[in-house]
Structure formats: structure tokens, C-alpha cells
Design a protein around this ligand. Structure first.
Ligand code: BT5
Length: 318
């Protein structure tokens, strides 16, 4: 049925087709039409929905560029500006530059290439041209500074959901910021923020998803993978579209202070809970057993002395 709706939209690509026309032609309810349209948007088709007019297919190509990005982001009120770049040092750095110039706006930056892609703690993120989805959201949530770091969990859940929605892959989440497919990292998240003790100014949520690489530099070849390496070819546009839908849902829960669905999602996809791990901090490396993810997104572990301990940040090695 979804593909029949797509056919109708493609045939009528010059104008709008109302929900009623589609439901009459296909003999399904308006609600069913709306659900299929939502599913098509989820797959990356850009469909404009206008009250009293209906639906119009704006783009069914997979190319990510300024105009397809604009159409894709129309529905989300946390995206007030978009910037699509051919190349940039780092989309996170660009987002921070914009945050300083435009002190109120929230938005999205996507680049085909990053020349100085960043990981956590000054590490490097390999971001070859057109091989991945390299993007940053500049957000100004009205939350306390201490709630800022759990937005990493919000985006990890949303991106895991997006990859699973667009592919048949199973995605694991390695707390707090790595997405894992078949034991290898396919996506990393770098959350940066600017805040005073009592006031959060902004968050930059940087996300990198490996799409088309068939090989990686020798130092990460054993631990990195891409969708293509896993046998799936999906465009960055489809992944981004699915991500924005999932993120918008989880993000509104986060803004309301409700992390329950997000934590449940993490628990269901976690590759660390119930495992013996190493907790790596700049000061030390220790063994621990992961018991749970707490409501605030921190990790509950049992340490080597058999005591329960809460881990707020750091690296977990499985
Ligand atoms: C991360 O750091 O995983 C955060 C990565 C965030 C990247 C995005 S891309 C858009 C935005 N703009 C930026 O500049 N950054 C964000 P971390 O957990 O520290 O992992 C970094 C480590 O992952 C590196 O030291 C390598 O071992 C490995 N690595 C580097 N590039 C990789 C890649 N493309 N795929 C998988 N692993 C990689």
C-alpha cells in the first residue's frame, strides 16, 4: 500500500494530493493514508504536508544537499537554521562558531567532509568525503546544566532506532555514545556544551555515522565498520530523516524530564549491561560489572570490592 501511495504522489508531483483523494483511490482510511505517509517520510522521502491541501512529493532522490536538507528539516521546531557544507574542519566547531554569532538560534549543520573531525578527549574522528553522515545539532534546551550530558543518550537511542528502521541490522549501544554493529563501531557521538554553573547556554550534539567506507585506517580497521561493510546501502538522507523523527520524539520526552522510554531503549540495546567491563577514566582503569542504567543516564556498576558504584562519565570497554 505504501508503494501505491508513492506511485500516486509521483504521478501528481506537480501539485498536492489530498488525503481524501488518496483514500478514495486506494480504498483505505484517511488515518491509514497518514500512517503510510509517515512511514515514507521515515524512509527518507520528502513529502510536504499542508492543511487543507494535502501531500506533495518534494524529493524522492537520495541526494543530500541544501534544498533536500531544508525540506527534510521543515517539520522540526528545534531546527531554525540549516547549513549544508561541502567541507569543514568539524561540524561541531562550526556549530560553536554559529552559537557565538547567533545567540538564540538552534539548527543543524551537515558536511560532506570533515578535515578535523573530533572524537572525545581530543581524539580524531575519520570523516572522509561522502563516506558518512557528519552532522551537528546546535540546541538550547531549557534544562539544568547537569541534565545536559544525558542528551548523548537521547541521540544514541534515536540514531540506533534510525539505523534499525532503515536497515535489517541489529544495533547495540555501548554506553554512553557508541553504536555497534556486529561488534564494531558504526557511529560515535560527541556532546559539547557551554554553560555557567546555573545556566546552560547551548549544547552541540555531534554525530558521525559511517555509511560507505569499505576500509579504514590501520589503527581502527579492527574496531570500525560502515553500513556498506555490513552489506547495506542506505543514503545519509534516509538515515538523517529517520533520525530526526526518532530524535524529535525522544527529545520532547527529555525536555519534559521523562527519560523512561529512552532508558528502556538503551537497556534493550545495551552491549554493556550484564557484562564484565573495564571502566577507563583519565586517572585509572578498573574492572566492574554493569548492573543497570540509572534514570539520569548514569551507569550503575558493581566494583571489584563488591560495592555498588555510579559512573557518570568515562569510557567502558567490553
Ligand atoms: C566519538 O569519540 O565516538 C565521537 C565521534 C563524533 C563524530 C562526530 S562527526 C560530526 C561531529 N563533528 C565532529 O568533529 N565530531 C562529531 P570517541 O568515543 O572518543 O571515539 C573516537 C575513536 O573512535 C578514535 O580514537 C578511533 O579509535 C575511533 N574512530 C575514529 N574514526 C572513526 C570512524 N569513522 N568510525 C569508527 N571509529 C572511529
Amino acid at each position: 500500500m505504501k508503494s501505491k501511495i508513492l506511485d500516486l504522489l509521483q504521478l501528481n508531483s506537480e501539485g498536492y494530493l489530498s488525503g481524501e483523494q488518496i483514500s478514495d483511490q486506494l480504498g483505505i482510511s484517511r488515518t491509514a493514508v497518514w500512517k503510510h505517509i509517515k512511514a515514507l517520510k521515515n524512509e527518507g522521502y520528502i513529502i510536504d504536508s499542508v492543511n487543507n491541501k494535502g501531500y506533495k512529493l518534494l524529493s524522492d532522490t537520495d541526494e543530500l544537499n541544501s534544498s533536500s536538507l531544508k525540506a527534510l528539516c521543515n517539520d522540526f521546531d528545534f531546527i531554525q537554521f540549516i547549513k549544508f557544507l561541502d567541507t569543514v574542519d568539524s561540524t561541531n566547531s562550526e556549530a560553536k562558531r554559529i552559537a557565538m554569532e547567533e545567540q538564540v538560534l538552534e539548527g543543524l549543520i551537515v558536511s560532506s567532509e570533515q578535515t578535523k573531525g573530533k572524537g572525545r578527549l581530543g581524539r580524531q574522528w575519520e570523516s572522509e568525503k561522502e563516506s558518512g553522515l557528519w552532522m551537528s545539532l546546535l540546541l538550547r534546551p531549557k534544562v539544568k546544566p547537569e541534565a545536559a550530558s544525558s542528551i548523548t543518550l537521547v541521540s544514541a537511542a534515536a540514531m540506533a532506532h534510525a539505523i534499525e528502521a532503515c536497515t535489517s541490522l541489529n544495533v547495540g549501544i555501548k554506553w554512553p555514545n557508541d553504536l555497534i554493529v556486529n561488534g564494531k563501531k558504526i557511529c560515535g557521538i560527541l556532546t559539547e556544551m557551554s554553560a555557567e554553573i546555573n545556566q546552560l547556554h547551548y549544547i552541540v550534539l555531534g554525530i558521525g555515522v559511517n555509511l560507505g567506507q569499505m576500509s579504514f585506517p590501520v589503527d581502527i580497521i579492527d574496531k570500525a565498520t560502515s553500513l556498506k561493510k555490513e552489506g547495506v546501502e542506505v543514503s545519509g538522507k534516509k538515515i538523517l530523516s529517520a533520525f530526526l523523527l526518532a530524535f524529535s520524539n525522544f527529545y520532547s520526552q527529555y525536555l519534559e524530564g521523562d527519560m523512561s522510554q529512552i532508558i528502556s531503549y538503551h537497556l534493550a540495546h545495551s552491549v554493556t549491561v550484564g557484562k564484565k567491563v573495564q571502566i577507563i577514566t583519565p586517572i585509572e582503569t578498573r574492572n566492574a560489572y554493569v548492573l543497570d542504567i540509572n534514570a539520569d543516564g548514569s551507569l550503575l556498576v558493581e566494583n571489584e570490592l563488591g560495592e555498588n558504584e555510579v559512573v557518570f562519565s568515562g569510557e567502558v570497554s567490553v
